[in-house]
Write a protein that binds this ligand. Structure first.
Ligand SMILES: Nc1nc2c(ncn2[C@@H]2O[C@H](COP(=O)(O)OP(=O)(O)OP(=O)(O)O)[C@@H](O)[C@H]2O)c(=O)[nH]1
Length: 933
């Protein structure tokens, strides 16, 4: 065990620094620090050195002292001095007295010779200490030197011991060293020598001696050089702080240690102050010099500074908690789940929104939907209000529905917003041209505006609604040209809706035709005024009277016959009568005081929408109220966007469109539908929101349509039992919404109890890969009307064996679909009687049964025919022929007048006189018109 210098210095009554110097001189190199430590061996060396150093100054007196000392010991009790070991670390005694015996005593065998002194044995050590004391007592009698040398000092200190030692002796606890065998043979060996005091003292005695005096008890120094004692190396223990008890001297700050402690405390205080003065210092550096309490206090202060809380008014607040707020591990802290008993949900609603509104897990809702309704729904699926109510009832929630003003309502409000009379100004009339196909509607409009639209039409048939504006004598008139074909009747009716008046074109050579009559019905229903343009009057064989009569028959009484309808004779081709027509139209418009407010957000109708390669989605709009300008935010049906560009009917770019002006606009995100109303809204966000709401409603419609199909197993079984209906799956792609509607309308007319068209998908634009995949998966035919397939889609269609049928005339579409539907119809099974045979005789053959010998009365009897067995004019049943023979040979056919043997399959009771009527079943193809088989 190592010994601290300051402890040794204290023991020796020296200054630590002096002792360090002495150590260095003695060859024990040390750091210049009172806390430096030395080993017991080094200590012995140092003490030996000190003793040696002191000897010359003492002269001859020293040996005398020694002599005085040594004889005084009781020889019997003398024992060998053992080398200091680690146990001696707590010792403050002088080095052991070297002697020849001591060398021997270091040997382990020594114990066996008498008193075995084990240095670990504390009791033994006590005994040694106690016995070594008396001689020291005598030593105090020695005359003191005028100048006290180091050895004198040691001696003096030793002299102070007797009392204490005596006391120790009285307190001594007997150890095994004190044991004296009966023979007394141990006496010599039990002799003890001086041993450094305290080196093996018991804890009790040690504490006693300490309380008495801080000065160490030192044995007399040896008279010769300390021998180097070889000893086995023991486990080296770490240097440790000396056990320093706070003695009275220390407490009273009289000792060097007290001074040292005071100095240390002072230093700590200084360090702390320094740290406080430099807050920028690294906290780690400070931490080591602060006490735990101080460090904690400091950290708390720092946290408070770091968490500066501000009130809403901007003033700084003191954070009450002073603790960093814990971060929630959950991404979205939605708080505790609240199971409501009352809930309000916005409609339309999904499973998710219902779940959130009711505070119930979506799984629970889906589970109920499955158990109660047999519906497997996804979390984003829209559910009906009734279903939601049932679910809410199941979950014990009182559910109410919240309905917001829908997009349609919002748009309708804007459209119907009334204008102040003073804001209204006269506007051009919007005139729709109606009439039977090929009666010259487009030619008329072309003539009025001096253009040649009719030449660009596929098949010369108007496929789309178009609108144009003309200027006649300073008056503007807007014409809307509608397709005359019946397939476009629906589109036409929408066209009539925006019109102020109608020009009904009736070819003078043809008179009123079916579509003419239908147009009249639409006009009457809309209540708009009508002017009849009796066209083609240039033709030689026209019959004007017949036309007037036809009109009258349709309850359209011409003004010349006393009615209210003006009939103007025109030749669209020659351009005759056009002024009269325009004059009449302007007069009619004037009578009806057509006015609009141009200074308001524009509203109107989309006549047609299509996708243009260069311009994207293009909408052909007609403004009804207000003025449409570039940059306006518009919602049109489910489309929305800014008006990016505007073009008039001559494709000239314009900046604005006043009331009644037809314009083509670009900028909408999708192609709007024909007949969709458009409105200008405040900003694009509103337009987007409204459009998205409409799309959402649209999806809900689609979903509800789908939900109309079989939803449960019962439904599926039911539809399977109905079974007979054959679907013709179609995918229709067209160039415009109007074309789509026309095709849909036409094919909707094919009503048959056994077959029907099923439109899987319809859309605007070319056929793409998605369409082909859908067609492939569902064995559908793709109808491409006025559109083509993309290259990749075409290739894919070849791979997948999908048929893409291209059309430009709607007749062809209709005819093809008709034929396809008829192909789906099951053929009619018709019995054809082939011949009759009379049974003349019967033969029973055990191996075969009863064979009828017959004569064919008429026709032929074929081996594959079936026969009706007729007995007594009654048909008993029908049986297949199992065998047909002539003589002994099997034959395929037996003709009239010949005899044959017939064996019926499944009937063995044939009799003479029975009539066998042979027949075959033919399949006859059916048409859609032949509804019943
Ligand atoms: N002779 C004569 N022929 C005319 C006149 N007007 C039109 N036509 C012809 O009649 C045919 C049909 O004319 P369109 O203008 O295409 O008839 P439409 O009513 O527009 O026909 P759809 O677009 O199919 O509804 C064309 O060949 C015209 O040249 C006319 O005043 N006199």
């Amino acid at each position: 065990m190592k010994i601290r210098i300051f402890a040794l210095a204290k023991e020796l009554g020296m200054d630590s620094k002096v002792l360090i110097d002495e150590c260095n001189q003695a060859g024990v190199k040390l750091k210049n620090s009172a806390l430096a430590s030395i080993t017991p061996e080094e200590r012995d060396i140092v003490i030996a050195y000190l003793n040696k150093k002191d000897q010359p100054s003492e002269g001859a007196a020293e040996p005398a002292d020694q002599a005085t000392l040594v004889p005084q010991r009781e020889p019997k009790k003398m024992r060998t001095i053992k080398a200091m070991t680690s146990r001696a670390q707590t010792s403050r005694s002088a080095p052991p007295k070297p002697s020849s015996e001591s060398e021997e005593s270091s040997e382990p065998e020594e114990g066996s010779a008498g008193v075995a002194v084990e240095q670990e044995d504390e009791a033994e050590s006590d005994a040694v200490t106690a016995e070594s004391a008396p001689p020291a007592e005598e030593k105090t009698e020695a005359p003191a030197e005028p100048v006290e040398s180091r050895s004198d000092l040691l001696k003096r200190k030793s002299a102070e011991q007797p009392e204490e030692v005596e006391k120790d002796e009285s307190d001594q606890v007997l150890s095994r060293d004190d044991y004296v065998p009966a023979g007394g043979s141990m006496k010599s060996s039990s002799m003890r020598e001086m041993k450094p005091r305290g080196s093996t003292r018991s804890g009790k005695q040690q504490s006693k001696s300490k309380t008495k005096s801080a000065l160490p008890s030192v044995a007399a120094p040896p008279a010769y050089k300390q021998p180097v004692i070889p000893k086995p190396k023991k486990k080296e223990e770490k240097a440790q702080k000396p056990e320093v008890r706070l003695t009275a001297d220390i407490l009273e700050q009289k000792s060097p240690l007290a001074a040292h402690l005071a100095q240390h405390t002072e230093q700590k205080k200084k360090d702390k102050d320094k740290d406080c003065e430099s807050p920028d210092d690294d906290s780690k550096g400070r931490r080591g010099s602060l006490s735990l309490v101080e460090a904690r206090k400091q950290r708390r202060e720092q946290r408070k500074e770091g968490r500066r809380v501000f009130a809403p008014d901007g003033t700084e607040q003191q954070d009450v908690v002073g603790r960093r707020p814990r971060r929630s591990k959950r991404k979205h802290d939605t708080g505790p789940i609240v199971h409501k008993t009352e809930a309000e949900v916005e409609v339309p609603m999904t499973v998710r929104s219902l779940s959130e509104a009711m505070g119930r897990p979506a799984k629970a809702i889906m589970s109920i939907l499955f158990k109660e309704f047999g519906e497997m729904v996804t979390i984003n699926q829209i559910i009906e209000e009734e279903t939601a109510l049932a679910v809410a009832l199941e979950l014990g929630v009182d559910l109410t529905f919240k309905r917001q003003k829908g997009a349609q309502e919002t748009v309708t409000e804007i459209v119907e917003m009334e204008d102040a009379p003073e804001d209204l100004v006269t506007r051009p009339p919007i005139i729709t041209v109606l009439g039977h196909v090929d009666h010259g509607k487009t030619t008329l409009v072309d003539s009025l505006r001096n253009s040649k639209v009719v030449e660009g039409e596929a098949g010369g048939i108007t496929q789309h609604i178009a609108a144009y504006q003309i200027d006649y004598n300073g008056h503007k008139l807007t014409f809307v040209d509608t397709p005359g074909h019946a397939a476009f009747s629906e589109m036409r009716s929408r066209g009539a809706n925006v019109t102020d008046m109608v020009v009904l074109v009736v070819a003078a050579d043809d008179g009123v035709m079916p579509q003419t009559a239908e147009s009249i019905s639409h006009v009457k229903a809309s209540g708009v005024p009508m002017v009849v343009a009796m066209n083609k009057i240039d033709l030689p064989d026209v019959n004007e009277q017949k036309v007037l009569q036809d009109l009258t028959a349709q309850n359209v009484l011409p003004s010349e016959w006393g009615g209210e309808t003006d009939v103007v004779r025109v030749s669209a081709l020659k351009g005759t009568g056009l002024d009269d027509l325009l004059e009449t139209l302007l007069l009619t418009a004037e009578l009806h005081e057509l006015k609009a407010n141009p200074n308001r957000p524009a509203v109107g109708v989309c006549l047609e929408g299509f996708r243009d390669e260069g311009r994207g989605s293009v909408a052909w709009l007609i403004v009804q109220k207000g003025t449409l300008r570039i940059g306006d935010a518009v919602i049109c049906g489910k489309s929305y966007g800014y008006i990016r560009a505007m073009y008039d009917d001559m494709d000239q770019q314009i900046e604005e469109a006043p009331p009644a002006m037809p314009v083509k606009v670009t900028g909408l995100d999708t192609v709007p539908g024909a007949g969709d109303h458009f409105v200008v809204v405040d900003d694009i966000d509103q337009a987007r929101a409204l459009a998205e709401e409409r799309r959402h409603e649209g999806r809900a419609d689609v979903l509800s349509r789908h939900s109309g199909g079989p939803r449960t197993l019962e439904d599926i079984l039911g539809s399977a039992r109905e079974g007979a209906i054959q679907d013709l799956p179609l995918i229709i792609k067209a160039d415009t919404p109007g074309s789509l509607e026309a095709i849909r309308s036409e094919i909707g007319k094919f009503e048959h109890p056994e077959v029907r068209v099923k439109i899987l998908h319809e859309g605007i634009g070319g056929v793409n890969e998605s369409d082909v995949y859908l067609a492939s998966a569902s064995n559908a035919i793709i109808i491409a009307f006025h559109v083509v397939a993309e290259d990749r889609a075409q290739n894919l269609a070849s791979q997948e064996d999908v048929e893409i049928r291209r059309y430009s005339i709607i007749y062809e579409v209709v005819d093809d679909i008709r034929q396809s539907l008829e192909g789906l119809l099951r053929p009619e099974l018709v019995q054809e009687q082939t011949g009759r045979a009379l049974v003349l005789q019967t033969f029973s053959i055990s191996r075969f049964g009863k064979i009828a010998g017959c004569r064919v009365l008429n026709g032929t009897i074929n081996r594959n025919d079936r026969v009706h067995l007729i007995r007594d004019q009654k048909i008993l049943n029908q049986y297949p022929i199992a065998s047909l023979k002539r003589e002994k040979d099997d034959v395929k056919e037996v003709r009239e007048g010949m005899e044959c043997g017939i064996l019926l399959s499944g009937f063995n009771d044939i009799k003479e006189g029975d009539l066998l009527e042979a027949f075959r079943i033919n399949e006859v193809k059916r048409t859609l018109d032949s509804k019943s088989s």
